[in-house]
Design a protein around this ligand. Structure first.
Ligand code: GDP
Length: 298
């Protein structure tokens, strides 16, 4: 991901090398090229506008520096603005004062929620927690089974509806799981929920019902970074329908242009907290804005 954007930005910076000082015309031309690079990378228009305005203003105001030539100065500004648009600081998971901490996963089908539940389970275990993964996706026939498999791989426990007992009622399963976690001393509950291929009022209402039943400490919106501009509309629909406190970007290993990754924080106002970069449970980490910016700038 981001290869095209990285290449384009590199060309912009190369064009500035050798210049002794930047005129307003140079800054305008550079801003135009960066704008095209971002639009080609599928970054949402309001994000592009805000980004370009900030870069232009700072480039104009930048004092002549002894230490940095104009090209280096522009790279520094673009780097800092990329970090800003990606959220600035790394946002850590917030744990509840009283166990269990409840983390709810929401997102479209195929966004990588069930895989993420396994990844989070493994990661939480490595941090010394005792997570419980909850199968509240009862829409997809194989989802419960898939969650049990990833839980097994992660070495963590799973809570799934007993056959014939509460099957079909994900809200009840989710509510029961919290009681179960208290009894069995699991300190973090990760609730996997159902998603459709498109935004769907019924499933949105179901997710809101699960939210009300489990009162999550964190609701993570899981979004496939490959879906480009659609990520923005999907994020807005989940923000309005369920609400969320953080974003998880998945499939960052894909060859999409990366616009979703650059837009979602700005558009939703919620931080990107984790990133998934493959199908294996180990292809996962806390999201660090500055590392992502360095990756984009190559
Ligand atoms: P869910 O419907 O939201 O629960 O999505 P799944 O967890 O079933 O994931 C859908 C597909 O995406 C599966 O084939 C996963 O192996 C795959 N997947 C999940 N996360 C990633 C990722 O970060 N990178 C890649 N390449 N594939 C992923």
């Amino acid at each position: 991901m981001f290869e095209t954007l990285s290449d384009r930005l590199d060309k912009v910076f190369t064009g500035l090398r050798g210049k002794g000082r930047l005129t307003d015309a140079d800054i305008d031309a550079t801003a135009r090229e960066i704008r095209i690079a971002l639009l080609e990378a599928d970054v949402a228009l309001p994000v592009v506008r805000a980004f370009i305005a900030a870069v232009k203003e700072r480039a104009r105001g930048a004092a002549v520096s002894q230490a940095l030539n104009p090209a280096q100065q522009v790279i520094k500004i673009v780097n800092e603005e990329l970090i800003e648009i990606l959220g600035g600081e790394t946002r850590r998971l917030r744990y509840a004062k009283q166990s269990p901490t409840v983390i709810m996963l929401a997102g479209l089908q195929g966004s990588g929620k069930t895989t993420l539940a396994g990844k989070l389970g493994r990661w939480l275990r490595a941090q010394g927690h005792t997570p419980l993964l909850v199968a509240a996706d009862l829409q997809r026939p194989n989802a419960v089974n898939q969650l049990s498999i990833v839980a097994g791989q992660a070495g963590v426990d799973v809570f799934a509806p007993e056959p014939g007992n509460g099957v079909g009622d994900p809200i009840r399963v989710a509510a029961d799981s919290i009681e179960h976690a208290r009894r069995t001393m699991h300190d973090v509950v990760v609730v996997d929920t159902a998603g459709r291929l498109g935004i769907d009022a019924e499933l949105m209402a179901q997710a809101a019902g699960i939210r009300d039943a489990v009162q999550p400490d964190e609701t993570l919106f899981v979004v496939d970074a490959m879906i480009g501009q659609d990520a923005v509309t999907t994020a807005e629909a989940f923000r309005d329908g369920v609400g969320f406190s953080g974003v998880v970007l998945t499939k960052l290993d894909g060859d999409a242009r990366g616009g979703a990754a650059l837009s979602v924080r700005y558009v939703t106002g919620q931080p990107i907290m984790f990133a998934s970069t493959g199908e294996k449970l180990t292809d996962f980490d806390v999201f660090h804005p500055e590392r992502m910016a360095s990756r984009i700038l190559g």
